[in-house]
Every structure is written in C-alpha cells, then in structure tokens.
Design a protein around this ligand. Structure first.
Ligand code: SAM
Ligand code: SF4
Length: 478
C-alpha cells in the first residue's frame, strides 16, 4: 500500500560511484521511489533525499564516501536545510553499522539487495532513528522493483543497462565482490525479457547486459530449464526494435562454446568483449585464485577469434599483487603485447580487508606499483590509440544516439564502443548508419555517413595490426 503522506513532490539526488551495475542500480532506486513522489534532481542543493551509491572495490573508492559524507553533514549544518542522507551500494553492505558510527549525519545505510525496500526504509527513518539494513532478504528484489515509466526510460537515452546476474562464487583473492554482492544468482529469462521489452518499447536501441560475472548467467526459462548467456542473447535478439546487444563483465573460464557460437550466429551481438585477465604470470594468476592460466586465456581468445575474427578485446589488469616480481610483471606486459587490446583498465593492487590477498606475504611497495602502472599504461594507451588509428579509412556501423557537442553534429557508438562524432541531421538519432572513419582523437573518432554502396569492404579489424603496433612500441623502448 502506498503511504499517501509521502506523495508531496520530493527531490532525489543520487551520486553514483564505481561500475555500470551501480549506474543501473541508481536508476532502479529512482524507479522504486517515483511512485512515492520522488523526482530526480541534478542539483544537490535542491534535494530532500541524497543517496550515495558506493563502491568498495578499491580503498580509494570507499574512502571517497567518508569525505563526501563530511561535505553533506556540513551542507546540512550550514545550509540551514534538512534533507535525508542515505548510503547504498557495496560500502554500505561491507561496513554497515560502522558508517552510521563514523558519520552521525547518516540516516540510512542499505545494501544492494534491499533497494526494493527503500520506500519502507524511508518511512522508518521518518520515525526518527537511523536505519541500517544489510541483510540479504529472502525475496527477489527484482520481483518487487517497479519498471520505469516509458518517458523516464526515454530521458535516460537510447542505450541502456540491464542487470541479468549478480554476485560471484569465484573468490579471487584480491576481490570483495563475493562478500559485498553475495552468491552468484541469475534472473529468470521471462523477468529479463519483460524488462527488455519495456526498455525497447520506450525506444532503447542498444542493451548492455550486466553482471559481476555475466557470462556465468544460468537463468531459468518458463519450463524451469537453465539457459546460458548465449541463449539469453538469442531470445533478446528476437525483440523487434533492438539493434545491438553487449554484455559485461565476463570471466575467462565462463566463455562456453555456446556463448562463443552466439558471437558467430547472433548479428546483434557486438564484436567487442571485455575479458579481464588481471595478470600474465601463471604464478600470480594462481595466487589470485583466478582458476585459469595464461595459456587457458590465450586459447579462449583463439576460440573467440575463430568464431568472430573481428572481435576487439578489452581487459582489466592489476599490478603489484602480493609476490609480483619484475619477471611476473614482464609477463603481464607480454600478454598485453600478444593479445593487443582495443581498450584496457589498469589498477594498482589495493588491499581489501577480509580478502585473502590482504594477509599475503610479499606486499609490493607503492613506488614499485606506481612505476609498473606507468609502464603498463604506456603500452595499453599506445594500443588503444593504434586501434583507433586502425579504424581510419574503414566503414563502421555507428548507432547514432545523441546530439553532438556542436550544432549540426551527432554522437554515436561504433561496434567497438568508441565514441564517434559526425555531422548529420537530428532525425537520424536512433538509427545505425555506415560511417567512414576519417580521424582518430584520444577519446573519440570522427566520421562521415556514406551510402551502403560506398562502404569500404575492409571493415574487419585484424588483430595482427594491433600486434604490429605493440611490436613497434617495444622497438622504440629498446
Ligand atoms: N568479474 C570480473 C573478472 O573476473 O575479471 C571483474 C569484476 S571486478 C568488479 C572489476 C575489476 O576491478 C577487476 O577486474 C579488477 O581488475 C579490479 N579489482 C578488483 N579488486 C581489486 C583490488 N583489490 N585492487 C585493484 N583492483 C581490483
Ligand atoms: Fe571479483 Fe570477478 Fe573474481 Fe568474482 S570473478 S571474485 S567479481 S574479480
């Protein structure tokens, strides 16, 4: 039953930290509160409720929350205006009561499995005591979260995230996810299809399926049969109006034959895959409890490229994991050179209390981590630029999804998730156009629409080009 005392318009400000799953969750929190009179505002000073949707993955990310809470407490004290302060996300889940103890300004602390309970939790806050809710409830939150109104979906753009899997059972020794997000679960097929249909009917053209380990997806269909991510993608691709599908983040061990075949057979699946390896050294991979070797990873990439030769790869890398020697780090550089990445995310190992890595011997000095990160970044940046340059002169299909920065310009995304700018009329927003790439900057590429007859047939990017770019970089270093 809706609490009618809550129906006067209230303003909601959510600050989102961390991964795409938090971006998705923030929207779902807003959807849960919309029937209770909360409207999103981009202006913190207007807010009746401020929610920090936090990230615990690295120390810096979680410490940011406490400095932000200090600022909010000051705003409340000095601004002479009362507003409710909530902390959601993985820091909330991991630290619970500790947050309320460290910051007296906090009214509500709630973990990712309680977002559907947000209206009820706020009613409890109004009764005057801080509320901390970090249990993993019995019920499925997705069954209780309302779907967004179509005009709200439209206001969020033509590309959307859709969480299909949560949690993780892999327990990599550096990672907090199994503790903060809990055991691996998959949403049932029909639930995913219902949400996808709503998004697509509202105009969404590209869906990115999300999960901490999305390729471990094993949702049940209506007959109670467990289906994999490849089959889920096939069912989603049948929905009329959907142009493109992506998924992230994947674990190398869960790249099944079925999923790899989907990359060959499903033309809506984009040829871009985020497949983190973390390290190129078998010793470190073992210490990280990654459950795959360097050779396993490289073999997986071979299988993927055999099915989809134009697949571009992206990865995550950690430098300075406990015990990492110079030789281990060289192995990471060498796997980057061998694979050739279109994009990459690089991190210094960050000690996370409660994970096995935190108690390991051989913690690496900060200065060494900094130096290794700089060397790795030099290599991956050269590859990313090389990849962008290799696109120049090719025709790529671009989904035009928004107005550009300058009048007469539109912005879009290439199949490889690059931002593309071009001149075109606004009525093409929402369409996929063949675009000849004419320039490559640091963060985006530039193009012009061509007719289908003018397409450059050489639109497949060869992985050898990236390997050649890496070799050239190596040559300049020696
Ligand atoms: N499930 C994905 C996988 O298996 O590769 C990774 C998801 S994790 C949420 C995102 C990335 O954060 C990881 O790939 C890893 O590179 C990085 N990360 C996680 N814990 C970290 C830590 N303690 N220090 C530094 N980076 C970390
Ligand atoms: Fe974390 Fe990914 Fe390892 Fe799971 S598989 S513990 S999410 S890094």
């Amino acid at each position: 039953m809706t609490d009618t005392t809550e129906l006067r318009p209230r303003k909601l400000f959510i600050k989102t930290y961390g991964c795409q799953m938090n971006v998705y969750d923030s929207d779902r929190m807003a959807d849960a509160l919309a029937p209770h009179g909360y409207e999103p505002t981009p202006v913190i000073d207007d807010a009746d409720l401020v929610v920090l949707n936090t990230c615990h993955i690295r120390e810096k990310a979680s410490e940011k929350v406490f400095s932000e809470l200090g600022r909010l407490a000051e705003l409340r004290r000095e601004g002479g205006r009362d507003f409710t302060i909530g902390v959601a996300g993985c820091v909330a889940q991991a630290e619970g009561e500790e947050i309320a103890r460290r910051s007296k300004a906090v009214d509500l602390v709630f973990g990712p499995q309680s977002y559907h309970r947000l209206p009820e939790l706020l009613s409890r806050v109004r009764r005057g005591t801080p509320v901390v809710e970090t249990e993993f409830p019995e019920e499925d939150k997705f069954e209780h979260l309302p779907l967004a109104q179509k005009q709200v979906i439209r206001s969020r753009g033509l590309t959307a995230f859709l969480t299909v899997q949560e949690g993780c059972d892999k327990f990599c020794s550096f990672c907090v996810v199994p503790y903060t997000r809990g055991a691996e679960t998959s949403r049932p097929l029909e639930q995913v299809l219902t949400e996808a249909r709503r998004l697509i009917e509202a105009g969404v053209r590209e869906l990115t399926l999300l999960g901490q380990n999305v390729n471990a997806y094993h949702g049940l269909d209506a007959a109670g049969r467990s289906i994999g991510l490849g089959e889920l993608c096939a069912r989603l691709a049948e929905i009329e109006g959907l142009a493109r599908l992506r998924y992230t983040t994947s674990h190398p061990s869960d790249m099944t034959d079925e999923l790899i075949a989907a990359h060959r057979d499903n033309d809506k699946l984009m040829p871009y895959l985020h497949l983190p390896v973390q390290s190129g050294s078998d010793t470190i991979l073992k210490a990280m409890n990654r459950r795959h070797t360097r050779a396993d990873y490289l073999r997986t990439i071979e299988r993927i490229k055999a099915a989809r030769p134009d697949m571009a790869l992206s990865g995550d890398f950690i430098v300075g994991f406990p015990g990492e020697t110079d030789a281990d780090f060289e192995q990471t550089l060498s796997i980057v050179r061998e694979v050739g990445y279109a994009s990459a995310f690089t991190f210094k190992y960050s000690i996370r209390p409660g994970t096995p890595g935190a108690d390991m011997d051989g913690q690496v000095e900060e200065a060494v981590k900094t130096e290794r990160l700089a060397r790795l970044n030099e290599l991956v940046t050269a590859q990313m630029r090389g990849f962008a340059r290799a696109c120049v002169g090719r025709t790529l299909d671009v989904l035009l999804d928004k107005p550009g920065r300058l009048p007469g310009q539109l912005g879009g995304r290439s199949p490889y998730l690059q931002a593309v700018h071009l001149e075109a009329s606004a009525d093409l927003i929402g369409t996929v156009q063949p675009v000849l790439i004419v320039g490559a900057g640091n963060n985006s590429i530039e193009g012009k629409i061509v007719t289908h007859a003018e397409r450059n047939p050489a639109s497949v990017l060869e992985s050898q080009e990236l390997a050649a770019i890496s070799a050239a970089l190596e040559h300049t270093r020696t």
